[in-house]
Write a protein that binds this ligand. Structure first.
Ligand code: 4AD
Ligand code: MG
Length: 478
């Protein structure tokens, strides 16, 4: 059997001294024709393999290079060397795949994150990305565990849709029509009736609308899937393809929604700390090293693990949009004209404003509620003041908006009126409106941008470094 191997993580944890085991992995370094540091991705720790002098012939020795893949059988022994408790005394070494040392891009030295982005197909073999993507996995697993334990149904909402859930017009079109000579209607516009689905379709920007349909039968559902936005934002916080978690709950109002979102965020952070401490300690150290390069004034007050612990131990601040604007207008930053964008009631807060609130003013996550209706989506529940909607955004230190959500407008007349005002096609959305006609209930939900959450937990600073293969404007490699 080929796969009777033990993973290095398990080997280091169980340390079965005196037994013979088989391991497989990739060479990180090879010293003195004798010491191989082997890694298999199960942990950042390498196992040291010792090949006794004279055991290997000249040819094999030459082929043990950084990046080569090996199958090794050997005896687990106590390590006399520093830095590890056990090592493997090799009995046999088989080369599974050669790696030309001259050409292998990942040399055993520190590479910049920018360079590693260009070789994203190999970066999983580095300590930083090993840690980042194992933490990403743990967070994803925790998402399912959290909702499953609460009795939510995981609903797979469609990727191809014919509606724009957010009404923001930032969609990637899906079509099989020819680029040239596409069939036209009499008025000159493209005849989508001849397209694959018989209508104009796009990649989904959010699973929310279909999620609401599920909530109207199951009570509580969540989605966790890829979403696509053709917004031309080339920032460290935006992807054209990102993963979003969207729970939707019947019989919930805005306050229930905030409570669930806060509990959820704390749960998945706690899960990562409990289950990936080693990787988070590595990332904590990595961040500390990065911070040392910065001038004192720009360094963050808390280390990564301290920051995560702080978030777990403290309540998120809850303020209304109106209060947020007041804080900004009365801030020293505003008075000294430090903001690039002006502040007044009605603005869509820029990231500099959000960051001021969380990083300077409150120094912790903040939930902002009751935004002006004109800057929010059509489905949000209208407040009695006629100006605001029951929206909530969660802002996180270092990230800005991490969650967007709201109580939904469950009243048929108010919803259709708002849709008409905002030029949302009510006729095409008959199925959505039906939920408001047949047994409508107060309900609410939110969307957590998964990569922004991974950024927050790993302490990485560019969203391209927390998704395996980033899709951003003018970039779709791999
Ligand atoms: O605020 P948004 O647009 O809300 C929705 O899509 C709602 N349908 C959610 C709901 O109520 N069910 O997006 C939600 C979150 C944002 O807070 C942000 O974290 C993330 O998705 N997000 C992005 N993440 C990466 N790249 C982008 N381009 C993103 N756009 C939004
Ligand atoms: Mg939003």
């Amino acid at each position: 059997m080929f796969n009777s191997r033990i993973k290095i993580k398990a080997l280091l944890e169980t340390a079965p001294l005196g037994t013979e085991v088989t391991i497989m992995g990739w060479v990180r370094t090879f010293r003195n024709n004798q010491f191989i540091a082997l890694n298999d991705g199960s942990t950042n720790q390498n196992i040291q393999v010792v090949a006794s002098l004279g055991m290997l012939n000249e040819d094999t020795l030459k082929r043990i290079t950084t990046g080569a893949s090996l199958k090794i059988r050997g005896e687990v022994v106590e390590s006399p060397g520093k830095g590890q408790q056990i090592e493997l005394k090799a009995n046999s070494i088989e080369i599974l795949g050669d790696s030309d040392a001259e050409k292998y891009p990942l040399q055993p030295k520190k590479h910049s994150l920018e360079f590693l982005r260009e070789i994203a197909h190999l970066r999983f073999r580095t300590n930083t990305f090993g840690a980042v993507f194992r933490v990403r996995h743990a967070l994803a697993f925790a998402v399912h565990k959290f909702f499953n334990d609460k009795g939510f149904v995981y609903l797979h909402t469609p990727i191809v849709t014919s509606s724009d859930a957010e009404g923001a017009g930032e969609m990637f079109r899906v079509t099989t029509l020819p680029m040239e000579g596409a069939p036209k209607k009499e008025d000159g516009s493209i005849d989508f009736e001849q397209d694959f689905f018989g209508r104009s379709t796009n990649l989904t920007v959010s699973g929310q609308l279909e999620g609401e349909l599920g909530a109207m039968g199951f009570g509580d559902i969540y989605t966790f899937g890829p979403t696509f936005r053709a917004e031309n934002s080339n920032t460290t916080r935006h992807l054209a393809e990102f993963w979003m978690i969207e729970p939707e709950m019947a019989f919930h109002d805005l306050e229930d929604n905030m409570n669930l979102a806060e509990e959820f965020i704390k749960y998945i952070i706690d899960y990562a700390i409990e289950n990936n401490r080693e990787d988070l300690e590595f990332l904590d150290q990595r961040l500390a090293d990065e911070e040392k390069q910065k001038p004192q004034a720009e360094r963050s007050e808390l280390g990564l693990l301290e920051k995560l612990q702080f978030v777990l131990n403290n309540q998120f601040e809850r303020i209304t949009y109106t209060e947020a604007i007041d804080i900004l207008i009365n801030s020293p930053a505003y008075k000294k004209k430090k903001f690039k964008y002006d502040v007044s009631w009605g603005i869509d807060m820029q990231s500099e404003h959000e960051r001021y609130l969380v990083e300077k003013h409150f120094k912790k996550p903040v939930i902002v509620t009751n935004y002006p209706k004109d800057i929010k989506a059509f489905y949000m529940r209208q407040n009695d003041d006629g100006k605001t909607v029951a929206a909530m955004d969660i802002l996180a230190p270092g990230i800005g908006e991490i969650v967007g959500g709201s109580q939904r407008e469950e009243r048929y007349d108010l919803l259709t009126k708002r849709m008409e005002e905002m030029h949302i096609p009510t006729k095409e959305m008959w199925w959505y409106l039906d939920t408001r006609r047949f047994g409508s209930v107060p309900h609410a939900g939110f969307g957590l941008g998964f990569e922004r959450m991974v950024l927050f937990v790993t302490g990485m600073t560019n969203i391209r470094d927390v998704i395996p293969f980033a899709r951003t404007p003018k970039n779709c490699e791999f």
